[in-house]
Design a protein around this ligand. Structure first.
Ligand SMILES: [Zn+2]
Length: 438
């Protein structure tokens, strides 16, 4: 509830801005609408078909009504959506008839797994088997209709919490000939379904309307936020993939949502049109316990690359300082309170570390020539949760570096060993907090 309250405050603020803009550009006939080719392409993707929140919608007629509402909004705005099917939720011929309605409306159907497993809590082999089971079921439905599934959406956008799992799922998708359909506009639209259904079953139209307003405000906020992120990442107008769920609040709200999107410079596009943008082929290996927007994954991957480049540069600078006999500069990367550990004991503080080096290496002859070879860099970060409830990668606040050091001399055998450095980041400055050298 607390999270929702914070988000409500945010969406009220954004809603006010949007409302102010809407007065100048009423939905339907916006003034100054850019030509189609200048509009931002957006794919509407719809998860958890046939009907999301299955426990709330067990009556076949209720499921049909939700589906008809969703499809009416899509048709009114001439949208070709990508629907993602949970095969386990397809409960017999009545649900297959609903899926057929999506196809009849010009929408595509992709695989959203068989049982909607949480990859973070599932071993790779079992997860891949679930993808394949879902795909086999969906293709059995599509094949007689001359189609096949082309896309897969990871449940909860969780693509792997280890590199091995990430690569295993990608290999399985490649082998099955389906492409991961990422999300750029992540949001919590599903969370409005239970309050909406509760209000409608209580016959409380005012509460229903209030939930719809919150739903729309939250989505406007998510669209604005992720479009700004995408534009900043790409340095141009970014194409978008909006995540929605096939639910009753959507059926009640999509007409307004799509009207707003059309009035704010969007062009509804197909999966093929949107995925043709090269950004969707940008490689990344984003490993995390929770799912996130593609823009957050790519931004984080780029940031990790910058960190992985910056730290070896810093160590090269340290080696250069050592090799010109400049121990002051060599020790300047230690934090004021850094801890230096070695087999002979520990020393605390930059000045004490500098004094130790000066005692042990009194002149250039004693210092020799230093070489540092990085063995591994691990950026330190974790997933965080925004006030709106979305998982996002946290900033990289530190890193650990394992390295091999070698001192070469002209008059005696070289010495070598290993070191583990713990760095803290302060903007673009990196400081060693702990140094364990052996
Ligand atoms: Zn889902």
């Amino acid at each position: 509830m607390k999270r929702r309250a914070v988000m409500a405050a945010l969406v009220v603020a954004v809603g006010a801005l949007v409302a102010a803009g809407a007065r100048h550009a009423p939905a339907g006939q916006p003034t100054g609408t850019p030509p189609a080719e200048n509009r931002r392409p957006i794919l509407i993707s719809v998860d958890d078909l046939p009907v999301a929140g299955g426990g709330l919608h067990t009556d076949p007629e209720d499921r049909a009504q939700v589906t008809r509402g969703l499809l009416a909004a899509l048709a009114k705005h001439d949208i070709r959506a990508e629907g993602l099917v949970i095969q386990k939720s397809v409960a017999g011929p009545a649900d297959e008839a609903l899926l057929a309605l999506w196809l009849a409306g010009g929408d595509q159907l992709g695989n959203h797994s068989y049982a909607h497993l949480n990859y973070t809590a599932t071993p790779a082999a079992a997860y891949v088997a679930d993808i394949e089971k879902g795909l086999a079921g969906l293709d059995a439905f599509l094949a007689p209709r001359g189609r096949h599934a082309r896309f897969f959406r990871f449940p909860m956008l969780r693509e792997g919490d280890t590199l091995d799992k990430l690569l295993a799922a990608r290999a399985a998708l490649r082998a099955a000939g389906v492409r991961n359909l990422p999300v750029t506009i992540d949001n919590q639209d599903w969370s409005f379904e239970a309050p909406f259904v509760e209000a409608s079953r209580a016959g409380d139209a005012a509460r229903q309307r209030a939930v719809i307003d919150d739903y729309l405000a939250a989505l406007r906020f998510a669209v604005r936020h992720h479009e700004e992120s995408g534009d900043a990442l790409l340095g141009r107008t970014s194409p978008q993939i909006l995540l929605l769920h096939a639910n009753a609040v959507g059926a009640a709200a999509w007409d307004e949502l799509f009207g707003w999107l059309a009035a704010t410079g969007h062009r509804f596009a197909t999966a093929d049109e949107v995925l043709a943008d090269p950004v969707f082929s940008e490689p990344h290996q984003f490993v995390a316990r929770y799912g996130a927007s593609l823009w957050d994954r790519l931004e984080h991957a780029r940031e990790e690359s910058r960190v992985r480049a910056a730290l070896p540069r810093l160590l090269d600078g340290q080696s250069a300082a050592w090799n010109r006999g400049d121990l002051d500069v060599f020790c300047s990367v230690y934090a004021d309170d850094a801890l230096f550990l070695s087999p002979s004991g520990s020393v605390r503080g930059r000045q004490a570390i500098l004094d130790r080096y000066r005692t042990r290496y009194p002149d250039r002859a004693a210092m020799g020539t230093l070489r540092l070879e990085v063995e591994e860099i691990r950026p330190v970060w974790g997933m965080e949760v925004t006030p709106a409830g979305d998982a996002v990668p946290g900033r990289i606040h530190g890193a650990t570096v394992a390295a091999r050091w070698t001192l070469r001399y002209t008059d005696r055998p070289e010495a070598s060993g290993r070191t583990l450095l713990v760095f803290r980041r302060d903007g673009d400055t990196w400081l060693i907090l702990q140094d364990a050298s052996m």
